[in-house]
Structures are given as C-alpha cells and as structure tokens.
Design a protein around this ligand. Structure first.
Ligand SMILES: Cc1ncc(C[n+]2csc(CCOP(=O)(O)OP(=O)(O)O)c2C)c(N)n1
Length: 698
C-alpha cells in the first residue's frame, strides 16, 4: 500500500466509525447534506443563473434523499461510482464541497475540470472512499465504465489476490430515461453475465426532459420489466421516504458488497423543477401532477423525520451561512488562464493523474536495439508475440473482445493466449462494442492495462460514444484522471477479398477523435515496437492492423526483441530519393514502393507509421528537398488524412513546391465485394505509377 492510500484508508476508517460503520444512519448529517444541495440549487436558481453567471443549471430538487443515503454508504476505498448531471447530492455525500460545486458551475480555476466542462459533469478522486469516475454529457454513457470498474474489482481479488479490493462495489446512477440507452443494456449484460459487484441506481422521476417514462420502458417501470432477468436482484420503492429509502438502499448496497452479484434499485423521486433552469414543465405536466410531486418533496420528509424543529432551524441557518461563505470563496477563484484549455489532452512527462494513482507499467526503453536477425515473422505473429511478452511483464494487462479467447480471434492474432494466461486475463466479451470500450475505460481508471480488440473497423461504430468520451477524459478532468486504453482494430481489405463491412479503413475518423494516438504499422517489427510503446505508455491508443498485411510476405520482419519499442510520431524513410516524396502508411505503402520502382532513386518513400502524432518534420524536410509530394492512402479521399498532410505542406513548405501536392486514395464510396470492382476502387500500383510519372514530368 502506498503512503497516500494508507492515509486515505485511515480517514475512511474514521469516517466509518463516525457513521457507526454505516449501520446507524446519522439523520442529522443526512439532513445537513440535503440542505446543502437544496441551498445550492436555490442560490443558483434565484441568483447565479438569472445573473448569467451559471449557464447550465440542473436542479437536483427532489433527488436529494436517495442520493445522499447512497453516497454515505460508499466508503470502501475501492468503491467507484459513475454519476450524471443530477447527481450533486450524491457528490456532496461523497465528499464534494459546496465550494467545489459553485466553482465548477462558475467555471473557475481549481474546480474539478478547471472550467473546461459543465460543472455538473462531475468527477472526483476519492475523499470519503468512493472514486467518482469522470461522468459524461451523454445520457447512458455512465454505465459501461462502472461495469469495467466492477470487473476490475473481481480481477484484483481473483487474479492479483489483492485483499484490499474485497467488498468494493461499482455503482452507476441514472434516470428513468437512461434505461433506454445502449449503455444501460450493455452494462446490464456485462454485469449479470459475469455476476459483477455492480449496483444500478435508477432515480425514476417520470420524465426524460419532457418524455414520460412509459416511452423509455414499456409500462414505465424498468424494475417490473427486469423481474425475470437472471443474476439480477431487483429492489424498488420510494426515494423520498427516509426510513423506506434508507432500508432499500442499504439492502441494495449490502447485497452487492457481500459478493452475491448485481443489483438494480429503482426509486421513485419527484423532479421538482424543469429539466434545466428556465424550462417550463407546465408544457407537459398538469398542475395536479406538479402539486403531487411537490407533496413528495424529500426536504419536507427529512424535516418531519428529524422531528425537532429547533435542530432543523439551526441546521438551516448554519448551512445558509456556510453556503454564502463557499460561494464567496468560489467567486474569488480566478477564471482559468486563457492558454490552459490547450493543455492535458495528452500526457506530458511522468504520470501525474490522481486516478489511477500509478499506472504500474514496465519501463519503456527507446534505446533497446532491434534484433535484425532470425526468421521473418508476419504481422500477426509479431503482434501475438508482443502481447505474450507484455502479458508476462505486466500482470495488470488484460486482453478481451469478441472471440479472442478460445478461438484466438477471428483473425487468429490472440491465438493460444487464453490457454497460456487463463480466462481472467484473456477473455471473450458480450457482443457490444460500447461495452468493450466503456468497460476498458473503467478498468484503466482502476489501474489495469486493458487491451481490447474490436473485431473489424466497421464494428467499432457502436463504440463511438465511449471512444470519444475516453479520448477527452484527461482533458476534461484537468489532468486528474487518465485511462490509457489500447484498442486493436483490424482495418482495410484482406488479401483475398473486400466488402463494405469488413474492409473499412477510415483512420481519419480516429485522427479526428481527440486525445487518441493512432498507429498503423506496415511491418512486423514496427508493429511490435509501436504496440509495446502504446501498452507501456500513458495515452489512449488506437492500434490499426491492416488485414492484408496480417499474413503476407512484404510485412514480414525478424522479431525485433522483447524490449524493443518505437516512439510515436517518427516516420521511416523507406527509400531515399530526391525528386518526389511519396507519403503513405499501412498496406498502401507497398503499392507505392512497387510503383516507385521504375523511377529508381528519384522517389523518396516515407512510411508515416503513426497518424497521431504524425511526423510533420520528416515529411516537410523531404518535401523541402524534393519539391514535390504525392500522398497515398486506402482511406477515402475527402477529408482523408492526406488532406491534412497536404494542407500542412501548403502552409509550411509552399515556397519549396515545384508541383501541386497530390493525393491518391479510394474514391468516396464503400469497398465493393466483387474482386475486380474492388480492384478499380482501391488505388492500384498502375494508378500510383501514372501519378508519379505525371508529377515527375511537372
Ligand atoms: C446520448 C444523449 N442523448 C440525448 C441527450 C439530451 N438529454 C439530456 S438529459 C435527457 C433526459 C434524460 O432523462 P433521465 O435519464 O430520465 O434523467 P433526468 O433528467 O430525468 O434526471 C436528454 C434527452 C444527451 N445528453 N445524451
């Protein structure tokens, strides 16, 4: 245990004692926390939002009791929760301060996101126990990262034999609207198929903005509809009656903590205000309904529950005074420095994030010499062997995806790894790409090194939301959280055939996905070097494996060694020349090399190796020498990555150019199934040759 975690465990133990180990509820404390949240809403709704100081105001009025009771239960040092924009009462119970809340809503420096994100898109390193994983503005996106954390809890216990994780749980909070999302179903499948210690905490206020609950789940009650779902305990009831809510929430938390499996609790709560500040709910709720909701105000319920009006009065006065002081302090926090938004999209220097506190990765050695002798192996074998070595050297590394287990992947790249390392470390997942990436996020935040595989590039589409949210995670928490997931994805046509579904390249989309590094190696040695660098690095990485290279002679190289690593952003000059620079990557590189052959030393061929970051300097230096450039890729032409390179050359090497910068790429159509048709679409050696000839003659 590190010094930091030892001291946080002590604080947590004290915290537990204070609360009678969670068994006896300190109702005064509950009331106080609820009043703090209610007071923040009041101040925001009557002052800060009308004054234009808070631009997104999400009221939690009505949700306070249930969330506070839950927050006070999550004191295990390895508990985690994913929350949503209405979760401020939970946050306060988990250790967030009123000043944190105000400063986040006012977008000040020192607030959780340093003013980059909306204040209610919460995240928090552990204070009273629970870690609040970076939430998302996407409804439903909170579920699968929580499932990932829950799976990490079981991994720490079963595989790493770490007793500290015993009894920890993961909780995802969501509204009744969120139960219709892909993320909810994906996480529910993950948690229940694996019997994970996960709690789904559904606050049912009857509406998703203006859409009633029966549009989200037939009949409007998800708990009834899930009654026969296997491996799922269901609890349902009021979220506004102190004793009932407390009993239900305790039962739910205790069930999951005891290791019995997954639980879903659905609690009825009123939403006492519009969806956001200024929204008029009378457009879709009758006056009778609004009045009925008011009659369930949990603040009234807790006041009655406390009974003693003097205690209530002094609590209210104390809270109001404290809130004024917190607001004053928050308003004094400066607005962020104007250049601060440009930082922390990628790591810089040593690992500094608070969550996870350490990445536990083997050291990277870019000086390690490549072994150039030995039998030439194909790309597939080099990736497999690298994964094998990395699994051996990093006990926290996990490989998962569809069919990667016993079958060894549909491309056979994970062949035998499950047999060698066991089912905890190399495993098949349910068929949900959102689940694969979301789960990886939760695992990485829990300190593991997830290496998921997506079966084909096109099938990463359902994971887009999670990919984007993960990419920005470091930035939107001002560097406090990091989740360096490495995703392997096969791309492009195969040697034998193509089709619209299995042959997509589209690396440009990932180049546009903020916060991700993107590698696309063209040979076995580079694949090893870049994959190792990704796995031992600090940033999320998309690792693209061209299908036509997985087992074909041009990409074969001797295995470069168990420590060999390549830095990102270093292109390779594959062939030197002085009249034309040809820039390419992946399988297209070999077509370029063949097309360049007749022109001998006139052509300089550059293998970019990584798309993000890309080696601008190498390309510009080459173009400044040759005065001409052709960029070739298999991805489609419009807004393909070649456009970025072309624009950069135009801006930074314009005066050196003797000809227009040209691109050769697949036209803007999917890859056809018919082989000759495919041949007409993916740029051929002949076409490349003609374009080279044309440029040389310019
Ligand atoms: C993926 C996605 N779609 C739509 C939205 C816009 N949106 C924000 S909140 C919301 C309603 C969510 O309702 P519910 O989950 O019941 O939570 P509540 O606001 O009622 O607490 C919608 C549609 C969004 N943020 N994300």
């Amino acid at each position: 245990m590190t010094r930091k975690s030892a001291s946080s465990s002590k604080t947590i133990a004290k915290e537990k004692q204070k609360r009678g180990n969670g068994r006896n509820i300190d109702w005064k404390r509950v009331a106080r926390l609820m009043l703090v949240s209610r007071g923040i809403d009041e101040i925001q709704e009557t002052e800060l939002a009308p004054q234009g100081k808070v631009n997104y105001q999400f009221s939690s009025k009505g949700h306070e009791l249930a969330q506070t009771l839950l927050g006070l239960e999550l004191t295990h040092p390895h508990d985690a929760a994913t929350v949503y924009y209405r979760s401020r009462p939970f946050m306060l119970a988990a250790g967030f301060t009123a000043q944190d809340a105000f400063s986040g809503d006012l977008a000040r420096t020192g607030s959780p996101s340093g003013g980059r994100d909306v204040g209610v898109v919460f995240s928090m390193e552990p204070r009273n126990g629970v870690t609040v994983l970076p939430s998302s503005g996407d409804v439903g996106a909170q579920y699968t990262p929580a499932a990932g954390w829950a799976q990490a809890i079981t991994y720490y216990q079963k595989e790493l034999k770490d007793k500290e994780w015993k009894g920890a749980i993961a909780v995802a909070l969501g509204g009744d609207g969120s139960v219709a999302t892909n993320g909810f179903w994906s996480a529910l499948t993950i948690a229940t198929t694996l019997d994970l210690p996960m709690l789904f905490f559904i606050e049912d206020n009857g509406y998703g903005i203006s859409v009633p609950r029966d549009m989200q789940s037939p009949g409007g009650d998800i708990s009834k509809n899930l009654a026969s779902f296997k491996n799922l305990k269901i609890l349902t009831g009021s979220g506004t009656k102190p004793s009932e809510s407390a009993r239900l929430i305790k039962e739910a938390v205790d069930y999951v903590r005891s290791g019995k499996g997954t639980c879903l609790i659905r609690l009825d709560v009123p939403r006492l205000m519009g969806h956001t500040f200024g929204e008029d709910q009378s457009a879709y709720k009758s006056k009778k309904q609004i009045d009925e909701e008011k009659s369930r105000d949990p603040i009234v319920a807790i006041r009655n529950h406390l009974g003693d009006s003097k205690v209530w009065k002094s609590l209210s006065e104390e809270v109001n005074k404290d809130l004024r002081s917190s607001l004053e302090k928050a308003e004094k926090q400066a607005s962020p420095a104007l250049d601060s938004a440009l930082k922390e999209i990628f790591s810089s220097g040593p690992h500094e994030a608070k969550v996870p506190p350490d990445l536990h990765k083997p050291a990277l050695d870019f000086e390690a010499e490549a072994n150039n002798s030995g039998p030439r192996i194909n790309l597939s074998e080099s990736i497999r062997r690298t994964m094998e070595i990395e699994l051996e050297s990093n006990p926290r590394l996990l490989i998962f995806g569809e069919d990667v287990g016993i079958r060894g992947g549909v491309h056979r790249v994970t062949l035998d790894l499950q047999h060698q390392f066991g089912e905890n470390r190399v495993f098949d997942t349910s068929l949900s790409e959102e689940g694969i990436i979301g789960r990886a996020t939760g695992m990485a935040l829990a300190g593991l090194t997830p290496l998921p595989e997506i079966q084909f590039r096109k099938y990463a589409d359902p994971a887009t939301e999670q990919i984007n949210d993960l990419g920005w995670l470091r930035w939107r928490t001002a560097g406090k959280f990091a989740a360096p997931v490495v995703v392997r994805i096969p791309v492009g046509h195969s040697k034998k055939t193509g089709d619209p579904w299995h042959s997509v390249s589209a690396e440009a989309i990932y180049a546009h996905s903020l916060g991700w590094r993107v590698a696309m190696p063209s040979n076995a040695a580079d694949a090893t070097g870049l994959l190792r660098s990704a796995l031992r690095g600090q940033d999320p990485t998309i690792f693209l494996e061209h299908r036509a290279l997985l087992d074909s002679p041009p990409g074969r190289r001797p295995y470069p060694g168990d420590e060999y690593a390549l830095p990102f952003g270093k292109a390779e000059i594959v062939q030197r020349g002085d009249q034309l620079s040809v820039v390419s990557w992946g399988e297209m590189l070999y077509r370029c090399l063949e097309a360049a052959q007749p022109f001998g030393e006139a052509i300089e061929v550059i293998d970019l190796r990584t798309i993000i970051p890309w080696d601008k300097e190498a390309v510009l230096a080459s173009v400044r020498k040759t005065g001409k450039c052709l960029i070739a890729h298999e991805d489609t032409v419009t807004v393909g990555f070649g456009a970025e390179i072309g624009a950069t050359i135009a801006a930074e090497a314009f005066t050196y150019l003797d000809a227009p910068v040209e691109r050769v790429a697949t036209p803007d159509i999917p890859i056809p199934y018919n082989i000759p048709l495919m041949g007409t679409v993916i740029p051929s050696v002949e076409i490349l040759c003609k374009r080279i000839e044309g440029l040389l003659a310019w």
